[in-house]
Ligand binder design. Structure first.
Ligand code: GTP
Length: 302
């Protein structure tokens, strides 16, 4: 098939990289809306949340995969399955390595997995967070990246400085097949609202909590319905699941103060997402070993 220079392109992209590489931030920046969750803690992104970049010449659907890691629990295995599934379905993969950290075993592990699972998917090497280092170090990082695997393209970017974000979008788009728009204009995500709402609560609950809580926290939406007789108010009933009583106390805080803050923060974000006022009812529940129990995992959406 011959390719017309001005043809419309459409397809899927995802970002891979070790935890904290800046994948979620990149995706948010590309799609211009907060649909994935960023946090200063590693491995907070659990769902394959899609954002859509609409352009005159292309539609790029970005799938955000969880950080790949060597599985230690059932949850870890499920997450990795999800990652591999995503890799073989997309048209292009962005492999993120932060500029301020040496290329290491974590990156090599991902490169090996990519070579195994997605040999035919083009990979764009992305050096992220270039604002944190000097030019020389960016150049060295690009060279180090080149040693990792065969990249279709290499590009340094900074989401914080908005440096080369358009170039990155161009490079990803150039790898897409010709095709029509797949989603209507203005639609930023096809993730169910409830999943996004749950993620926003999870993000708020994680904020400022030290130690290993990220893996011990899940959120379910029990009910999300418009208030009777009102078209401007939605009632949201949600449960924050933790694994131990001690974690429950951390999330709730002294006199319930922390949970109130979590509620306030989450409510603000959810209202922005849904475009209506919400009443948020939050409960914290100890769901023992939810990470290891297949039934609980299913219930919590994994
Ligand atoms: N200075 C700087 N920091 C960044 C940039 N992009 C992301 N960060 C920070 O790096 C941290 C991790 O970013 P995320 O986008 O959550 O990283 P991730 O790769 O999605 O992480 P996981 O979900 O754990 O896999 C956050 O604290 C971001 O604010 C950047 O361009 N410059």
């Amino acid at each position: 098939m011959t390719s017309t220079p001005d043809a419309h392109r459409s397809g899927f992209a995802c970002f891979v990289g070790r935890p904290n590489a800046g994948k979620s931030t990149l995706m948010n920046d590309l799609v211009g809306s907060k649909v994935a969750i960023t946090s200063s803690k590693p491995q907070t992104t659990r769902h394959a949340i899609r954002g859509i970049v609409h352009r005159e010449d292309a539609q790029l659907i970005v799938v955000d995969t969880p950080g790949l890691h060597r599985p230690r629990t059932l949850l870890g295995e499920r997450l990795n399955d999800l990652v591999h599934e995503t890799w073989s379905e997309v048209d292009v993969i962005g492999f993120c390595v932060p500029a301020d950290q040496k290329v290491g075993p974590g990156d090599r592990y991902i490169a090996e997995q990519l070579a195994k699972v997605a040999r035919r998917t083009p990979v764009v090497g992305v050096v992220t967070k270039t604002d944190l280092v000097g030019k020389q170090q960016v150049a060295e990082q690009l060279l180090a990246l080149q040693e990792l695997m065969d990249f279709a393209e290499l590009v340094p970017v900074s989401a914080v400085d908005d440096y080369q974000m358009n170039t990155l979008a161009d490079l990803l788009v150039s790898q897409l097949p010709e095709g029509p728009q797949l989603y209507p204009d203005g639609e930023l995500t096809d993730e169910p609202e409830e999943t996004l709402v749950a993620e926003m609560i999870r993000e708020a609950a994680l904020e400022g909590v030290r130690d290993e809580l990220p893996h011990s926290l899940a959120v379910t939406i029990e009910e999300m319905v418009p208030r009777d007789g009102r078209d401007d108010l939605v009632d949201v009933h949600a449960v924050v699941h933790v694994e131990r009583q001690s974690q429950k106390s951390i999330v709730i805080g002294r006199g319930g103060e922390r949970l109130r803050e979590v509620g306030t923060t989450a409510r603000k974000h959810i209202q922005a997402l849904l475009g209506s006022k919400i009443y948020l009812d939050l409960h914290v529940k100890v769901t023992k070993d939810w990470q290891r129990d297949p039934r609980q995992l299913r219930k919590l959406g994994f």
